[in-house]
Each structure stands twice: as C-alpha cells, then as structure tokens.
Write a protein that binds this ligand. Structure first.
Ligand code: EPZ
Length: 422
C-alpha cells in the first residue's frame, strides 16, 4: 500500500500536461461492444480504473491489448459471456455501462449491481428505468441485474431526469442501447457532460444517428449495425481543474497544457472571482495567484454547472480564503469524506446537512491523513502542498484510480511528493 509524504508549503512553478479523460474513456471502451471487430481507442490514461475496464471487457470475451504508445485495441468480434461479474464490478462502479451495449447487441445481459460507494448512495434505478422503456425485461437476482429483450430494443420517448437532475452513466447506457434499437428514441433530461458529448461523437463515427449532442434532448435513430472505430478521447477536465487549484493553493504559476477551457467555464469563472488569474493560450492556459484568496459560494450541479468532482479540491482552496465561504453539494449530498481529513490539517469546516461553511484560516498544518475516494484524496494532496510541514497520506491507491502518477507530474513544477510503499 503506497503512501505519500508531502512537504509544504511549496509554490508550484512549471508546466503540467493533462491526460485523456478517465470518465470519457470508460463508456467509450464499453461502446466497442456494440460493433463486432477491432476498435482502437487512443489518448486513454494509464489508470487503475482503465485496467479494470480492460479486465471487464476481457471477461466478456473481447481481446484487449494496450500498445507501448498507450493505444487500446479492443477486438469485440466474439462476446460470448455477456456477464459483468461481481468480482470486477465491485472494483469499479462504471462497469455498469456495459449493460446498454450488451443488451443492444445480444438482447441479454447479466451485470452485477454496483455496491456501496464512499461518496454516498448511488442507485442505478434510472439506468434500469430507461432500458425498460426500450423494451427490456429486468429482474434483480443474487445481486445481479438480469436483463433481456428477446424481441430486440424498440425506440421510445424517455424522460431520464432524477432527484438530482440528469445521470451521466445512465444517459450513456440508454444512449448506447438506443443506437441499435428499432425506430427513434428521444432522451429528455439527458446529461450534457463533455464526456457524453465525446461518447456521442464516437458513436456517430461508428455509424450511429444521433442529434442534440450537448443538449438535454437527444434524438437517436436506431440503425441495423455499427462498425468498429478508431477514436481519441478528450482531455480530462477534472484533472485540468485539479491542476488549476494546485497552482492557486500554492500561490504558484502553472502552464496547463492540453486543457480545454470550454469544458471548464463554471470553474474558470469561480477561480477568477476568488482572485486567481487564468490566461487562455493556444493549448490550454496559465494559472497564477498572487493575491489573497477571496471567499465564494459553490453549489455543485450537473454540467454546465460547477462539477461535483472538483468540490473537494475547491474546499481545500477556500479553507485558506480571507473569510467565510459556503459549499453546497447538490449532486452527491453526502460527498464529504474529505471534511474530517482537512479538519485534521487545521481547516475550519462546519457541516450543516449538504452544506459546508468554510471559515478561512491563515495556514493549514501537516498531519497524517487518510484517502477515502478519488477526489477527496486529490484535495488532500493539494492541501498538503500548501500546509506547513510533512503530511502523510495513506491509501494512495484511491488517487491512482484517477490521476496517473501525480507525483511525477507535479514534482518537476516544485512539489515535494514522495511515494513510499508500506
Ligand atoms: C459520473 O458518475 C462520474 N463517473 C462521476 O465521477 C461524477 O461524479 C458523476 O458522473 C456526476 O458528475 C464516471 O463518469 C465514471 P450520475 P455517475 O449518475 O454517472 C443519482 C469521479 O470522481 N442517480 O450522474 O455514476 C446519483 O445517486 C466520479 O471521477 C440516481 O438517483 O453519476 C447522484 O446523486 C465520481 N439514480 C446523481 O444522480 C440513477 O440511476 C448523479 O449521478 C443514477 C444516478
């Protein structure tokens, strides 16, 4: 079990390059199931979750190889075991997005229900509702979703909204299923995240007929078959946002390459409002902070609102603001595992339901802390770089799920992150 020893305070100064998007890669890799043959997905990051996805596709019968250049080839000619085993699905919830493609191509699928999650209650009822609307019979047996559509899927108008707004992977599942359904499917209240737009663009390249990409209303005209694809995934906007906070929290200067500011409008707007400079350039941006951090109110929302996957990182930043800030988590109301750990680093945080009052302190202090989930752990790395002393972060595997060798990317810019195996 690796741990990080991070010494602060440091002021970052250098260049970091953003990798391909984890959350775009996962559904796009699952989409390869839809078309028999060899698909090639490029710009996919080297992450634990991607390896689990490879393992999952292999267990279905696909032949998955990763070239030295990082390209992933998926041969889905034969998918003779349409079963998502619990042993694999429990390692990565996003495994659920094989359900739609398997149903579309094989008219049947058996996928383990995803288990509990550190960020809160995460049902898949809307996924199942959408697939039932397309004519699927679904039972839950022994912890598995057992689904079949003997007559094939049939297009329909579907409202896919839920109590917290749209669902990203729910939209991905129903969208992929609808590409091979008979007739027209309309998905109302679809997720508009850039990762869904990237999936839709990939599906279109496979021959799918999709209109309304990027809007909450998707119209899909089913086709008889799709063809394998060669596709390059978009840069990871959450990784880019995390690096932006790294520059801000260390009052440093980072040139962030391969970053699409258009995917981060709400984030850049907030950074500028709290006194951080974000200068756009040809391949990304330069982020600097020289002024004291100003306070803010953050409310997380589905895209294009402020992303929940950057809530923890910004809470760490606002813990050093001059005054009180408010963070309201509207997508995962219980997503606060980082609060207790940041408090151990002398942040002054008060929880009121799904709201955190962040009272700014002059400095954070090093302490041994525990990583709990991917984004909470990223917040601890950021706080540790600004804190006085050496912080030890345990359970670093949580960070490796979503950030490829983060220490090798930040240390050249002045961070002091030591990875140790315990
Ligand atoms: C995706 O998860 C991302 N994961 C998450 O990123 C991200 O936090 C989330 O979208 C929101 O942006 C991947 O793309 C792999 P949702 P997803 O379905 O699709 C409720 C990270 O850090 N809901 O959009 O699982 C749900 O409980 C991860 O990289 C239902 O009630 O999230 C939540 O409150 C963490 N029923 C809200 O909707 C359903 O059937 C949004 O969840 C589905 C969702």
């Amino acid at each position: 079990m690796d741990v990080f020893e991070i010494t602060g305070p440091t002021s970052l100064d250098g260049t970091v390059r953003v990798n391909g998007s984890k959350n775009a890669s996962l559904p796009i890799m699952a989409a390869s199931i839809l078309a028999p043959g060899n698909s090639k997905i490029t710009n996919v990051p080297h992450l634990a979750d991607i390896s689990v996805c490879n393992e999952l596709l292999t267990s279905l019968g696909c032949k998955v190889t990763r070239g030295d250049n990082g390209d992933i080839s998926i041969d889905s000619s034969v998918v003779d075991n349409p079963v998502g085993e619990y042993e694999i699905v429990r390692k990565m919830r996003a495994s659920i997005c094989i359900l739609g493609p398997l149903l579309a191509r094989y008219r049947k699928a058996k996928v383990s229900m995803p288990g509990g999650c550190a960020i809160g209650y995460r049902p898949v009822d809307i996924h199942l509702r959408g697939l039932r609307e397309l004519g699927t019979q679904i039972e839950i047996e022994n912890g598995y979703i057992v689904a079949e559509a003997p007559k094939g899927l049939v297009g329909k108008e579907i409202f896919l909204g839920g109590p917290f707004g749209s669902t990203v992977l729910g939209t991905a599942n129903v969208l992929m299923a609808a590409t091979l359904a008979k007739g027209i499917t309309v998905i109302e209240s679809a997720a508009c995240e850039p990762e869904i737009t990237d999936l839709a663009n990939c599906l279109r390249k496979m021959g799918a007929k999709i209109k309304g990409t990027g809007s909450p209303r998707l119209v899909i005209k089913g086709v008889r078959q799709l063809k394998p694809v060669e596709y390059s995934v978009i840069p990871d906007r959450i990784e880019a946002g995390t690096f932006m906070v790294a520059a801000a929290i260390t009052s440093g200067k980072l040139h962030i390459e391969n970053c699409r500011l258009d995917d981060l409008m709400a984030v850049v707007d907030l950074l500028r409002n709290i006194g951080v400079t974000v200068e756009k350039n040809s391949d990304g941006c330069v982020v600097t902070r020289t002024e004291p951090i100003r306070t803010a109110q953050i409310t997380t929302q589905p895209y294009p609102g402020f992303p929940t996957d950057l809530q923890a990182q910004f809470m760490a930043l606002l813990s050093l603001a001059k005054g009180n800030s408010v963070v309201i988590e509207k997508v995962f109301p219980d997503r606060f595992m980082h609060v207790a750990e940041l408090s151990r680093m002398a942040a002054d945080l008060r929880k009121e339901g799904s709201t955190i009052i962040v009272s700014g302190v002059n400095e954070l202090k090093a302490a041994p802390v525990m990583a709990s989930d991917l984004r909470a752990s990223a917040a601890l790395v950021l706080a540790a770089m600004a804190a006085e002393g050496t912080t030890v972060i345990n359970r670093v595997y949580h960070i490796d799920r979503g950030y490829e060798r983060i220490e090798q990317r930040l240390n050249p810019a002045g961070a002091k992150i030591l990875r140790k195996s315990e």
